[in-house]
Design a protein around this ligand. Structure first.
Ligand SMILES: NC(=O)c1ccc[n+]([C@@H]2O[C@H](COP(=O)([O-])OP(=O)(O)OC[C@H]3O[C@@H](n4cnc5c(N)ncnc54)[C@H](OP(=O)(O)O)[C@@H]3O)[C@@H](O)[C@H]2O)c1
Length: 300
């Protein structure tokens, strides 16, 4: 009989955690929350600074194959404004957990970000130089470097901006749709480029990487490089098929927005390694946008 893999989702209550739970179903042995427990009581409380991983696995029938380290203070501006507080979770917490996982013989899968790049190059590959300009990206890189110095097995996946096909208040597509519905002005940067991907595709790819025994560093970007403004145009066009668009869209540049730190301009990633070695596939963004608008229409 085929072995059913078993994983821990550390930070399973978040945006990607929800997609991972849908993609992995019964393969999730334990998933954790910090402030947002599941209403059915199925998630386990976890504090990155203090909860021993061994307490989470006590009572399980077998040792999990892998633990996906998803937790973090994920707001870029929060990390910039509170570098020490965010590092306690994003760096010290992640390193503590990775080290304990290795002692327990459970493979760590660390979820990193395209924010490790400085934004000066298109289509970065895994072996391109990294030079984060954001505190959040510097924190991700610190953990990546800690893991890279460890003997195998370990896995690091760098993710792009994630979007949801199902409607999720944490997804930028859903947030824009709310503004379209409310006819609220949308301010959108034309000079930020990325390779967004559907959270469900990325979750499926992480599952497949673990299942196939992948090791090392992988990019899991979307197939298309486009600007934030181009993504908004795709959404507005699709939304316009269902409802009339009365919202004013104001183009701007990243420097016009009041961010705590300068944002990288181009964090697009090439994901050929995962595509060639593990048949990583991503839906075209037009399909993702179509599904997201349909989900929003159903919900309204
Ligand atoms: N979403 C994206 O577009 C994207 C892109 C690139 C990389 N990533 C990375 O992917 C991972 C998941 O992202 P996400 O969008 O799912 O983030 P999210 O929605 O902000 O979820 C963060 C998770 O971390 C938990 N958490 C926060 N503080 C914690 C603490 N002190 N101790 C333990 N757990 C804590 C949260 O629990 P509660 O909610 O229960 O408090 C939640 O489960 C992150 O590492 C993020 O950096 C995400």
């Amino acid at each position: 009989m085929l072995h059913r893999q078993s994983v821990l989702l550390l930070g399973g209550s978040g945006f990607l955690g929800s997609a991972m739970r849908r993609a992995m179903g019964m393969e999730v042995a334990v998933w954790t929350y910090h402030e947002n427990p599941a209403s059915d009581g199925r998630s386990r409380s976890f504090d990155a600074s203090s909860t021993p991983v061994k307490d989470l696995i006590a009572g399980l029938r077998g040792k999990p194959d892998a633990a996906i380290v998803l937790f973090g203070r994920t707001s870029i501006d929060f990390c910039a404004r509170h570098p020490l507080e965010s590092a306690k979770v994003n760096v010290q917490g992640a390193v503590r957990v990775v080290d304990e996982l290795r002692e327990l013989g459970i493979m760590p899968v660390f979820v990193s970000s395209d924010a490790v790049f400085d934004g000066s190059r298109s289509w970065s590959r895994e072996d391109d130089p990294v030079r984060p300009i954001l505190t959040y990206g510097k924190q991700k890189l610190e953990v990546e470097q800690h893991i890279a110095a460890l003997p195998p097995p370990w896995l690091v996946v760098r993710l792009p901006k994630l979007v949801s096909e199902n409607g999720d208040p944490r997804c930028m597509l859903t947030q824009w749709m709310k503004q379209l519905q409310a006819q609220e002005e949308i301010l959108c940067a034309t000079d930020q480029f990325f390779t967004p991907a559907a959270a469900a595709d990325v979750a499926g790819a992480i599952r497949a990487l673990i299942r196939n025994g992948a090791q090392g560093l992988f990019h899991l970007g979307g197939a298309q490089r486009l600007s934030r403004r181009d993504l908004l145009s795709l959404l507005v066009e699709e939304y316009g098929r269902h409802k009339s668009v009365r919202t004013r869209i104001v183009d701007c540049l990243l420097k016009d927005l009041n961010f705590a730190e300068e944002r990288p301009r181009d964090t697009s990633m090439r994901s050929d390694k995962a595509r060639k070695e593990f048949q990583y596939e991503q839906k075209p963004l037009s399909t993702v946008v179509q599904a997201a608008v349909a989900a929003c229409e159903r919900a309204s």
